[in-house]
Design a protein around this ligand. Structure first.
Ligand code: CP
Length: 304
């Protein structure tokens, strides 16, 4: 595939191959090898039309470690602001003999749309509330690293599922790999319609987490909540926030995950975020190896 757009498009075998490749890149990093020549001579443009810390820095570092030439484009200082269309923008970028475009955009499907019109590869770094495949891959990589087999692993995702690309991508990837997924949160943020995908929907935190092997907490995305009856941060924290007390309901070895950015004292308290069950920063570390694997495999499929 010349593009990575969504885990929905991938088979279990393709996801496993990506995870195995990331594992090899992680081993190389652990041997303190800072750079490999895998993408020497390739040019990657990082086009972030929405804010990002982890994904942007991690892609940039992954590209550097693979010896690619990199251009970081700020949408806020590009000709997008003068009214140039996204398609014209990326066609112009491609004309500069670029091999890969890594893009984040607020419009669901933006990367799939440009990928259809370009010969260069496109990697989705997050499109609206739709998909964030590399985040889900690094989450699943971390689960596999810590818990072993993903088949029948009980994973509970808690939070603003309705507006979350991370939830959708995790759900698609985990279900393909045979995990048992529960989605939990207030009914306005976790509608029953999700059950059609083959997951359990739960509106009570204790029921959702007490037998979970992994609890992945998601941010309340006020910026995407345009209309509807959504809880305040205080209400959300009271009924769905993780703290030292409700951590006692869970298995002693439960993994607590969060894709970031975290809202301390909303999704979880600092005691939990920085406590022994948390692997939040390990997720970030694993993002580097996962993105190296994605860039390496996608670049290998670009025919220009
Ligand atoms: N998890 C994630 O996508 O974080 P950023 O928005 O900081 O990239």
């Amino acid at each position: 595939r010349k593009d990575l757009l969504s885990l929905y498009d991938l088979s279990a075998e393709e996801i496993t191959f990506l995870l195995d490749t990331a594992e090899e890149f992680k081993k190389v990093s652990e041997r303190n090898v800072k750079k490999v020549p895998a993408l020497r001579g390739k040019t990657v443009v990082n086009l972030f039309v929405e804010p990002s810390t982890r994904t942007r820095v991690s892609f940039e570092l992954a590209e550097q470690r693979l010896s690619a030439d990199i251009v970081n484009m700020q949408a806020s200082s590009s000709s997008l602001l003068k009214g140039e269309t996204l398609l014209d923008t990326v066609r112009n970028i491609e004309s500069l003999q670029v091999d890969l475009i890594v893009m984040r955009h607020s419009a669901p499907g933006a990367q799939a749309f440009i990928a259809k019109h370009l010969k260069c590869g496109v990697v989705n770094a997050g499109d609206g509330a739709h998909s964030h495949p590399t985040q889900a891959l690094l989450d699943i990589f971390t689960m596999r690293e810590k818990k072993g087999a993903l088949k029948d692993l009980k994973v509970t995702i808690v939070g603003d599922i309705l507006h979350s690309r991370v939830a959708r991508s995790n759900m698609w990837g985990l279900l393909k790999l045979g995990a048992k997924v529960t989605l939990a949160g207030p009914s306005t943020l976790v509608p029953r319609e999700f059950e059609a995908a083959g997951v359990r929907v739960c509106h009570n935190l204790k029921d959702a987490v007490q037998d979970a092997d992994v609890v992945n907490l998601l941010r309340i995305q006020h910026e995407r909540q345009s209309a509807g009856f959504f809880p305040s941060t205080g209400e959300y924290a009271k009924f769905f926030g993780l703290n030292r007390q409700n951590l006692r309901w869970m298995k002693p070895d439960v993994l607590v995950m969060h894709p970031g950015p975290i809202n301390r004292d909303v999704e979880l308290t600092s005691e939990v975020a920085d406590g022994p069950n948390s692997v939040i920063l390990e997720q970030v570390t694993n993002g580097l190896a996962v993105r190296m694997a994605v860039l390496f495999l996608v670049a290998g499929c670009v025919k220009k």
